[in-house]
Design a protein around this ligand. Sequence first.
Ligand code: FAD
Length: 432
Amino acid sequence: ADERFDAIVVGAGPAGTAAAYTMAKGGLKVALIERGEFPGAKNIFGGVLYRKQLEDLLPEFWKEAPLERTIVEQRLWLLGEDSAVTFGHRNSKFVDPPNCWTGLRVKFDQWFASKAEQAGAIPIYETVVTELLRENGRVVGVRTDREDGDLRANVVVIADGVNSLLGKSLGVHREWRPDEVSLAVKEVIALPKQTIQDRFNVEGNEGVTIEIVGHMFGMAGLGFLYTNQETLSLGVGVMVSDLRKKRIKPYEVLEALKRHPMVARLIEGGEVKEYSGHLIPEGGLNSMPPLAGDGWMICGDAAQMVNAVHREGTNLAVTSGRLAGETAISAHAKGDFSSATLGEYTKAVRGSFIYQDLKKYRGVHGLLAAGESEKLFDQLPQALNDAAYEMMLVDGVPKKVKQKAAVGHLREVAGGNMGLLRLALKGWRAMN
Ligand code: FAD
């Protein structure tokens, strides 16, 4: 009871574990608290893990980490009713050095946390932090659901994920609005290794990711289909505000996607092994709360650090955790854990790719929340499919006539010439 640490980390996801690893390696006495039976026990993501930010912590980690496939090809599908316009990029340069891998959190988080433990972090698992302990406005520790479960520390790193009860209790953010989060559901579907390799045109450890736009009942959402060793990860994430508006359940969207001919033949014969759901932060920079105060810092999903356009989250989480850890180490050296000193973390985030990337896409949230979902995620992908069909169909109609009809249709969907221009401008601004 009332045990004292230099630092307490709440949550052993990528953000919390990166913070705990950094601080333990820097010689701090760190507690890593996780509610799951073990780190990753209940965590899910798409999911793609990126090399760069993890390598900053653990050089050549991929030689021992439990990863699924090295991604050599990333595809983008714009679905029509029973068709698709497809893009993609395959490059053998993505193998050495690897760019990213597919992974399963159950294995990965556990492995990553074991690295923090080896560095000296003290694991406290199967333990829920119920509140922050505060004295004179400073955070001085945490209360857990264990008997005599108060733990004290100079600094608490809040990395409790998207729901962030602790962030809410601090008052740095409120309950996220339905347009600041999407709800994702995912299935893990088992198929023989050889079948996966044949269907996706890969060999050995190579893998493919497919991001899917369209066929989402006119809601702002994305689908994904990723290759693991002997399973596929198939899921959809849809903005909660749109799900409410349309009164559609996310699993209905997933079921519809599974029936689409492009997807159906890739998953055919597969056996569903897992079904899970999770929220994804979608607010971006506009929703990012203050990142530090007296005795605390907040990282990863709890601080809305997700770049939804590029489906990056784990890497932002890892870097924010590392930066919080480094800040705690210098605060420890100074013996000062005030908001002025911990504010260095905010500066470090602002100087990193996290802030730069979220800034670049800060307009996307507004675009999605502006009631254009039907147009952007349904009518436009369908119109593109119709246009592609017409242009490729050889039926004696002159191409010029076809092109005029296709452009006319796109224009109509976008709301006339001005509508098309406005949409293009809005899209450009949102992405820049
Ligand atoms: P989390 O991973 O959520 O970890 C938080 C941890 O805190 C959990 O272990 C939880 O159990 C624990 N916890 C929470 N509250 C408490 C408490 N009170 N006491 C103790 N422990 C607590 N990112 C990518 O990089 N690539 C992808 O392909 C990708 N795809 C995704 C697909 C889906 C469907 C989803 C849902 C997310 C996806 N993301 C992806 C985003 C990524 O998963 C997150 O950005 C990332 O996991 C954030 O890490 P985190 O450590 O901040 O939070």
